[in-house]
Design a protein around this ligand. Sequence first.
Ligand SMILES: NC(=O)c1ccc[n+]([C@@H]2O[C@H](COP(=O)([O-])OP(=O)(O)OC[C@H]3O[C@@H](n4cnc5c(N)ncnc54)[C@H](OP(=O)(O)O)[C@@H]3O)[C@@H](O)[C@H]2O)c1
Length: 330
Amino acid sequence: MQQRALGRTGRSVSAIGLGTWQLGADWGAVTEEDATAVLAASVDEGVTLFDTADVYGDGRSESIIGRFLAARPGHGITVATKMGRRLAQEPENYSPENFRAWTDRSRANLGVDTLDLVQLHCPPTAVIEDDATFDALDALVAGGAIAAYGVSVETTAQALAAIARPNVTNVQIIFNPFRLKPLDEVLPAAEAAGVAIFARVPLASGLLSGRYTATTTFASDDHRTYNRHGEAFDRGETFSGVDFETGVAAAAELAAALPDGVSLPAATLAWIASRPGVTSVIPGARNVRQAESNAAAAALLEGGFDLAAFDRAVRDVYDRDLRAAIHPHW
Ligand SMILES: NC(=O)c1ccc[n+]([C@@H]2O[C@H](COP(=O)([O-])OP(=O)(O)OC[C@H]3O[C@@H](n4cnc5c(N)ncnc54)[C@H](OP(=O)(O)O)[C@@H]3O)[C@@H](O)[C@H]2O)c1
């Protein structure tokens, strides 16, 4: 597994990491035993980055990771958590007092004195534009509660504003074959600034697994049921903002462009990880099989797979089926 520099921290993280929203809530039930097995399978395949958040299962995802890592001293894993989504999305809630309380809670959940990396969890734009936000985050670093910070964002404009901040370690943004806008400005700007990019929702919430049909349904406690049209949170998040039937058809077109023996999710993860400026791709996995095959997709970066040909197919399908509906929004 390729390991890549995490911004200017001196740490490195795997080209393919693990998203752990699934291990908290919102994707149907996952037992702690299964969640722990997903973490172990990922680490065994070379994954050294877990992405979590204080709000995933209201601390469940963080706590499961904390218990897992406590049993593996010297593990070399970087845990990137997030804060800010347990309160209403009002700029005044992003205060130094709340930052302290939120990071204290995450430190307890993860069982560490110093958090490796804390990302603001898609805050309002005003928070990213306010110098006081970054002064407060710098103070947390100086005080030793966190080692580094970043910003998870919804739009490319927010990403560019965060990249311009001098002490931001990473920006997390949706980037996948159905969401190409970060290629235009965000990835070049991040690379030039030495800011790491984490590509989230890389499989468009599973659409890019290629196994859904127009009639596929999800559990009632799965956001792919209750946020399909943005009813609960940002419309751009679930299925990365793509109309479900359009996404099923576009995934089938991409799958048809692949050689035998290369799966659509593997090709997708390798294509994302191979774009200049991307540090790590963080697919979510609901079981060990998914975790193993996602990590193993890193092997496609080492040759034997025609990434340029897949890149042409990605751009063709995007331009034809998706650009008009997606590009202007995020
Ligand atoms: N605002 C934010 O900062 C934010 C928002 C969203 C996500 N995230 C982070 O990004 C991570 C990744 O995004 P995501 O989990 O939303 O979406 P994703 O990675 O695009 O999709 C995950 C889903 O894809 C399917 N899948 C995964 N691996 C597969 C494989 N090998 N074969 C077939 N299907 C596979 C599974 O669907 P099934 O469930 O149908 O099996 C899984 O639940 C999250 O876990 C979280 O850490 C952050």
